[in-house]
Ligand binder design. Structure first.
Ligand code: BES
Ligand code: MN
Ligand code: ZN
Length: 508
């Protein structure tokens, strides 16, 4: 990761090769740009206006050569895209940082200053955190397998004009924890399925636990059999990489714990490769299926951050890890599986495997446990359906749930984290589509509303607790990249889950 520091020194005096300045509005450029403009005899803004159609538009970037007139070689004026009268949000600052990093890379500079001086004092602490988060997320690179190392020149960022307050220090710490946990999740998704097996995910969870005072339990095939988890066992049966159900638990120190508050339960789909099984996917659809454990990676990333941020409620993370392969031992269309809660499922399509492994994981995670409070809420994340991309595209995840409060909190957590989420309905009438003549449920619907059928199916395995399901098949990966997300794995959900936990524990 690159080096990032906070500095009270005003941007204009910060010693970096490139200085990035946020432009809120063309007519009111703010005191900092106005002062610089004056020191250049009005040439800075004249040039910006000449070269950019809408310089204050979000992401608009103009890099200006100072030719020795300033301590920096280049000044980048970056549009914040804030509507008139509104204050910039955390997302505006993260995108500002992302655009600044892109400009710095393009200009091949080694050091970049990012100014947050345009903010009032209390807001500047939050802006500092968001800029650090955005810069770290934007400079993420998958270490990868390329034989020649790319020459990433940018090595140092300075957040200039940041207040020397406890709030700013806290915001910086949180940003670093979130960016690091997101990078951890991105790495797991970017690595090939040859490497990231269920056992690899379990080992990763064990490393997370050791580094952050969490406890971890890994259920292997033998324990899964003993617990009657016929669904996850069936999905993983034809792979030499045997399934695991991973449990990783954060408990607050007794002095800090909110009394009586039930744990928050997070469950991730961890299909390390989804070939479709005997209902084999066509080649083109299979190309991308190493990413089918992105929900599990988000849960592990979130647990890693939660261990460090130490919220006052218990959080229990689960990853249902299996590899869905064809083979002589594979489960078949027509087979009936018995889950750990006793409900039976007729398999129509072995490619609807995510809901099968989640059925066992949700059933296990939400089972009544003697001596412990019922979960206060349950949230699962899964790259569950191709249909969600048809419905919402590649920028918005779907949420479906049985509890309006949890759904609202999830949507709000996503909004402030820059991970947009839209609710789809759990249409009770469609339950008839999951009817099986020989089992309690079938694992596919009728070919319509695929994401809703997925949600309706999962609901059957939650023990009445408030629950929300996030379908992240459209958002977990990006082929193009965006402001602070390089192409590849997004690490989608890590920051939203952490925000959700903080938001609900503040209210518990
Ligand atoms: N892992 C896939 C969903 C997916 C598709 C994720 C594309 C990422 C990109 C999931 O297991 C799946 O195959 N779903 C089926 C369900 C169907 C058989 C009911 C689908 O969406 O076609
Ligand atoms: Mn599948
Ligand atoms: Zn899948």
């Amino acid at each position: 990761m690159i080096e990032i520091e906070r500095s009270r020194t005003p941007a204009a005096r910060t010693r970096v090769e490139m200085l990035a300045l946020p432009l809120r509005s063309e007519t009111e450029p703010g005191p900092e740009i106005a002062a610089l403009d004056e020191s250049t005899g009005g040439r800075l803004l004249a040039e910006v206006r000449r070269r950019c159609a809408e310089p204050a538009k979000r992401g608009s970037t103009f890099a200006w050569q100072t030719h020795g007139e300033m301590p920096q070689e280049l000044v980048a004026v970056i549009g914040l895209g804030v509507p008139a009268g509104a204050e910039p949000t955390a997302e505006d600052w993260r995108r500002f940082a992302g655009a600044a990093v892109a400009a710095a890379r393009q200009a091949r500079v080694r050091s970049l200053g990012l100014s947050v001086a345009a903010c009032a004092r209390p807001a500047a602490a939050a802006a500092t955190g968001a800029v650090i988060e955005g810069a770290l997320l934007a400079t993420y690179r998958f270490a990868g397998f390329r034989s020649s190392r790319s020459d990433a020149r940018l090595v140092r960022c300075v957040v200039a004009g940041s207040p020397a307050t406890r709030a700013a220090e806290e915001a910086e710490r949180r940003a670093r924890v979130l960016a690091e946990a997101t990078a951890f999740a991105r790495d797991l998704v970017n690595l090939p399925a040859e490497t990231v097996t269920p056992a690899h995910l379990a080992a990763a969870a064990q490393r997370v636990a050791r580094s952050a005072r969490l406890s971890v339990k890994v259920l292997g095939p033998r324990e899964l059999r003993r617990l009657g988890m016929g669904a996850i066992l069936a999905v993983g049966r034809a792979s030499r990489n045997e399934p695991r159900l991973i449990e990783i638990v954060y408990r607050p120190r007794s002095g800090r714990a909110r009394r009586g508050a039930g744990p928050i339960v997070l469950v991730g789909k961890g299909i390390t490769f989804d070939s479709g099984g005997l209902s084999l996917k066509p080649a083109a659809s299979m190309e991308i299926q190493k990413r089918d454990m992105a929900g599990g990676a988000a849960v592990l990333g979130a647990m890693r951050a939660i261990g460090r941020l130490a919220p006052p409620v218990e959080v229990r993370g689960y990853v249902a890890a299996a590899e869905n392969m064809p083979g002589g031992d594979a489960y078949r269309p027509g087979d009936v599986l018995r889950t750990c809660i006793g409900k039976t499922i007729e398999v129509l399509n072995t490619d609807a495997e995510g809901r099968l492994v989640l059925a066992d994981a949700l059933g296990y995670a939400t089972r009544p446990r003697r001596g412990s409070a019922d979960p206060s809420c349950v949230v699962d994340l899964a790259t569950l359906t191709g249909a969600v991309t048809t419905a919402l595209g590649r920028s918005v995840a779907a949420v479906l749930g049985n509890d309006a409060d949890v759904v609202r909190d999830v949507i709000e957590a996503g909004r402030v984290s820059g991970e947009p989420i839209w609710e789809l309905p759990l249409v009770d009438e469609y339950m008839a589509g999951l009817d099986s003549p020989i089992a309690d449920l079938r694992n596919t619907g009728d070919g319509t509303a695929g994401t809703i059928y997925g949600g309706l199916f999962l609901r059957e395995f939650v023990h009445r607790q408030p629950w929300a399901h996030l379908d992240i098949a459209g958002v977990a990966f990006t082929d193009k990249g965006s402001a602070y997300v390089p192409r590849g794995a997004v690490g989608w959900g890590v920051r939203t889950l952490v925000d959700l936990v903080e938001r609900r524990s503040a209210r518990a």
